[in-house]
Design a protein around this ligand. Sequence first.
Ligand code: NAP
Ligand code: MN
Length: 269
Amino acid sequence: MALNKRVVNIISNRNYESRKTSEILVSKLRKSGFEPSVTYDEKAELNICIGGDGAFLRAVHRSKFPSIPFVGINTGHLGFFQEITPDGIDTFIQRYISGDYNIDEIFLVSASICSDEKCYYQTAINEIVIKGIASKIIHLDVSIDNNHLEKFSGDGLIISTPVGSTAYNYSAGGSIIHPSIKALQITPISPIISNAYRSLPNSTIIPGDSVIKINPERRYMNSILIVNDGYEYKYKDISTIDLTISKKTIYKLNFSKDMYWENLKNKFL
Ligand code: NAP
Ligand code: MN
């Protein structure tokens, strides 16, 4: 019987730098006894994603949130998720072979988006945003575990995961949450605070086992836009959106517990 090869998926975006990095990676992995696969193999032991954060987000969505751990090589702009640099491939392979790493669990956010007839489901890595289809204010009732919190009026709400807290959430004034903390963050986008409307001006951080319920005002049921990690979805007659931390999680290799803070400082300051 043939020896079982250790299959590693390589998921690369199409830009020049990524394709070049992918070629180098394929040959180095082969030399180290792995079987790199550029088409997605569900029996692989590792997914290596080449590109920026957008490439990572797309790779996770396209592979349907698998239990195979991910690691990223950054050839993109920011690459917050992509901790390996193209010149660090040799070190990465060595450390991977000797098992010198941890596997982190990444919490995801799920939404069930319901009309009176039907529900639709979404899962995101960074965030699910609820905003208006047109450039109008939307009004949303927000409850946490069936306790009414606020009637929000403004551009929309970002429901962010811990790993998503450094993305859109951060630009909208939300806090950075360490990825080991199981929580969701509700961050308002241009909340209105006036005699006419009163919304919470800042973020609220919700425990990981709570349910966030959002009910659009009836006349806005057809003007709600759902944005999942940057991708837009429109549904008819939305009456309720329930958001929770997903039962599903994904996994990422972590080569140092200091990496998160180094990455944060390097990429944001
Ligand atoms: P994009 O338009 O290229 O993304 C915007 C920027 O966010 C890129 O620089 C991207 O990094 C970075 N980014 C993505 N996820 C991140 C994270 N978890 N932590 C820190 N930075 C992160 O589109 P994209 O690359 O497909 O990313 C989609 C994300 O863009 C959405 O999930 C949302 O969070 C974010 N977004 C941000 C704003 C805003 O800040 N005002 C508005 C809309 C969407 P790369 O350069 O490496 O791709
Ligand atoms: Mn991008």
